[in-house]
Write a protein of this length. Structure first.
Length: 453
């Protein structure tokens, strides 16, 4: 018995005998005895050995090579998987259109040849004996010659040209070699969504992007295919997308909102790159799928709309409303010494000011967006918020959301209608009203004192 890999054992055996000691039984195993294989059922996958997909595939089942229409082998999001899309050649017997997903489980080398054990997932495979297959492969001049076993064993595979199915994998070159994401995006290789649900990692070559979930699992891989439009603030790019083992093309629009804030929008999936950014398939102004992205470390910046704001209508204070900061008395925008703090003062005296650091802002039409984070973060607070400040003739509406900076994102966490009552350097009317009588009283006392003298 030989251990070829942690997931593969191979052995030979004798026929059943009624008696005999172990050495005698082992001597009955001949050199040409069938080599049997055992594959670990709960095996974790390994990185597939066929580097840098996609590949064009020419395959044969013993009746001639099928190369047109072209079959392909494409990458999956998980490096342990590869998806084969076989096409049928009408004039070649045994060829048929099929999609087979290969899960790579073990690799090892014997002499000049390499072995791969994999598990095939397709609609015709219903039991393990139909799923597990062995592959013998050899690479010559950037082409993989691959022989596939017809059963769940590696016996019978002697050369890369003699299998139940033989394949030639040739790398498809030059699809995305000259396409790169904008420098103002890749100046920061790591980004996060505003709600921290996803992370975005751009490659050091600026040509690919991995999107991962909160647990670090890669959900989607994107490769820059063609830059349609690019300037200092916006780029529209056709990207090749792989999610799971499904692939296609999307139109991606990226907006630079501030030095550490960008927004991304994507179209639906298309089979052809030329279709992705057509106006009939993609509406760049759509905010329904807008993702707001921030850098890992966010410096504070000057808050926009510096000034003092009061609600247009102050609701009466009640016991129930004092459990949360639902009533606003005063909003200070950029009134701290560093001008990078937003402060909300509640009508409830028991509730202290709630302060947020400003990290970036931008304006679209009559709406200003501000990315902020709590200065003192409680366990129930999000790490970052987006404040949406909508201007109108009657004042301004202030909304706070936690997912993304977009008008259509709902529900909001709080909403206030406010009007500006002065700049930060000015004293509020309430303070002036209490200060003026005090001056008058002092002046009156001085006059009385002089008269008494």
């Amino acid at each position: 018995m030989h251990k070829r890999h942690n997931n593969v054992l191979q052995y030979k055996e004798t026929y059943c005998m009624t008696s005999g000691d172990l050495p005698t039984l082992c001597n009955e195993i001949t050199g040409d005895a069938t080599l049997l294989s055992m594959f670990r059922v709960d095996a974790a996958g390994v990185t597939c050995p066929f580097k840098s997909p996609p590949f064009s595939v020419v395959y044969s089942k013993g009746h001639g090579d099928c190369g047109f229409p072209a079959s392909t082998a494409e990458a999956c999001t998980d490096d342990t998987r590869l998806v084969f899309r076989f096409q049928a050649c009408p004039d070649i017997h045994g060829t048929e259109a099929a999609v087979e997903e290969l899960e790579c489980l073990a690799t090892w080398r014997e002499g000049t040849y390499h072995y791969l054990v994999g598990r095939l997932h397709h609609k015709m495979a219903t039991v393990d004996e139909e799923r597990y297959r062995c592959f013998l492969y050899h690479k010559v001049d950037h082409i993989y010659q691959v022989a596939q076993s017809g059963e769940a064993t590696c016996s019978g595979l002697l050369t890369p040209n003699e299998g139940s199915r033989n394949m030639k994998l040739s790398r498809i070159e030059g699809q995305h070699t000259k396409c790169k994401f904008p420098v103002w995006v890749t100046n920061h290789y790591h980004w996060r969504s505003l709600d921290y649900s996803h992370s975005f990692h751009f490659s050091h070559r600026n040509a690919s992007l991995k999107i991962s979930s909160r647990g670090g699992v890669t959900e989607t891989k994107l490769v820059c295919h063609n830059v349609e439009v690019e300037n200092a603030k916006m780029a529209r790019i056709v990207v090749h997308v792989v999610s799971g083992c499904d692939g296609g093309y999307k139109c991606m629009t990226i907006h630079k909102r501030d030095n550490n804030v960008i927004q991304m929008q994507q179209s639906g999936m298309h089979n052809n790159a030329e279709e992705a950014c057509l106006s009939t398939n993609y509406e760049s102004s759509s905010s329904a799928n807008t993702i707001t992205m921030i850098t890992g470390t966010l410096p504070t910046v000057k808050c926009p709309l510096e000034g003092r704001y009061a609600p247009t209508k102050i609701e009466p204070e009640t016991t129930a409303e004092c459990t949360q900061q639902t009533n606003l008395q005063l909003l200070l925008m950029g009134c701290s010494p560093s001008q990078d703090i937003m402060e909300f003062e509640s009508t409830c005296k028991a509730i202290p000011k709630t302060s947020y650091s400003c990290h970036g802002s931008w304006k679209e039409n009559s709406t200003t967006y501000v990315v902020g984070s709590p200065v003192s973060r409680h366990s129930t607070d999000a790490r970052h918020y987006c404040f949406i400040l909508s201007h109108s003739s009657g004042g301004m509406t202030v909304e706070r959301v936690a997912e993304t900076c977009a008008i259509t994102s709902r529900p909001t966490e709080f909403t206030f209608n406010v009007t500006e009552i002065g700049k930060c350097s000015e004293t509020s009317s309430g303070e002036r009203n209490t200060f003026i009588p005090a001056i008058a009283a002092v002046a009156l006392l001085v006059c009385l004192y002089q008269a008494h003298r």
